[in-house]
Ligand binder design. Sequence first.
Ligand SMILES: C[S@@+](CC[C@H](N)C(=O)[O-])C[C@H]1O[C@@H](n2cnc3c(N)ncnc32)[C@H](O)[C@@H]1O
Length: 387
Amino acid sequence: MNNIIISSINNSSFFRLILSSPDNKSGDLNKITVRLIKIKDEPKLSFLYSHKTKDITKNFLIEDGIAHISELFKNTLTMCVIFTSENDFSFRRTKKGKILYKISKPAHSEEDFSTDHNLKKKRMIGIENNIYLERLGLIRNGKVIEGMSGKFRQINRFVETVDGLLDESGLNTKNEINVYDMGSGKGYLTFAVYDFLANELRKKVNITGVEFRPDLVGLCNKISEECGFSGLKFTSGNISDTVIERADILIALHACDTATDDAIYSGIKADAGIIVVSPCCHKQIRKQLNIENELKEITKHGILEERFAEMITDTLRALMLEAYGYKTHIFEFISDEHTHKNIMITAVKKKKTADLSSYLEKIGSLKKLFGIKKFYLEDLFRHGDQS
Ligand SMILES: C[S@@+](CC[C@H](N)C(=O)[O-])C[C@H]1O[C@@H](n2cnc3c(N)ncnc32)[C@H](O)[C@@H]1O
């Protein structure tokens, strides 16, 4: 096992390692996820210990981390899977102490792999004297409040994602960054992105959070003022009516149904270098599904129909982004433990123009296959381009 970990790190094929299936000596520890990260250019193994009620992260030097994995597998957790870009290697310790070994095709695609590598710089939002995390109810007395560790992990993961996208898009070299966060809600992620861009990367940052609910807008503006975040403001309004002056980054996380499409549309129109959305409910396409072929079987069951509609909607959205010159990635944002709304679409502007008609053809074929008459995002372009 150790040799596989060492060689996969050395040949850069290491993706992640998961220790799971606790034996009865492990207390409330459920799982450990190990990733390769860099801290100040030094490679480290980062261990995320998932307990029943909290998550704890610790970083180890590579050698010490591997010894720790061996120890944990020997004494505490009975399953160990090493995910690499070449193969996945599973080890299981039986009750009698026998080790069963299996090798299988990689569960993660090269795309996931490279996306994950974009995230390898570990970014953590500091909690010491952090006013906004305290006001938003994430920390108290310098510690993450019990039950909020999932949200805290999501915030950090999001900041890492944005960091990777800045590198991929070349926006990391800009001194001034303009961001719109559509459907900013309570602003957890908006504050964290501002803090990261302004205080960690030392950029001049202007972020506008757009939100329906005036109470949340009022709360967020008050906290922003208290933090002295002069470039962070929130406005009350509908995403579809928001006129964007300049946007380098367009964010829309968990905005309902077609609000995600409105956000993508405004991001493309504003020629944003980065668009990041994490779609919420997918009613618009689901209502229309009318399948006349063998795939109809999938939609006989409500939950499968729901997931199928999500997949089709997000595939169409990614195609639309690609049609306008964006390179897209779709991946799991955070684990299923916290929410099933965990798909993230990231898009980085690569080309000024793409072969629009060939993408529209692909979109048309998919619509036809699934009996979809109207794709909201496509219609926004049709009507918008006519006006
Ligand atoms: C589920 S919350 C997500 C908040 C935040 N983006 C996050 O991920 O933590 C969705 C928010 O989007 C807002 N929202 C949904 N549709 C909107 C629209 N069309 N215009 C403005 N705000 C909208 C809702 O009021 C809600 O606060």
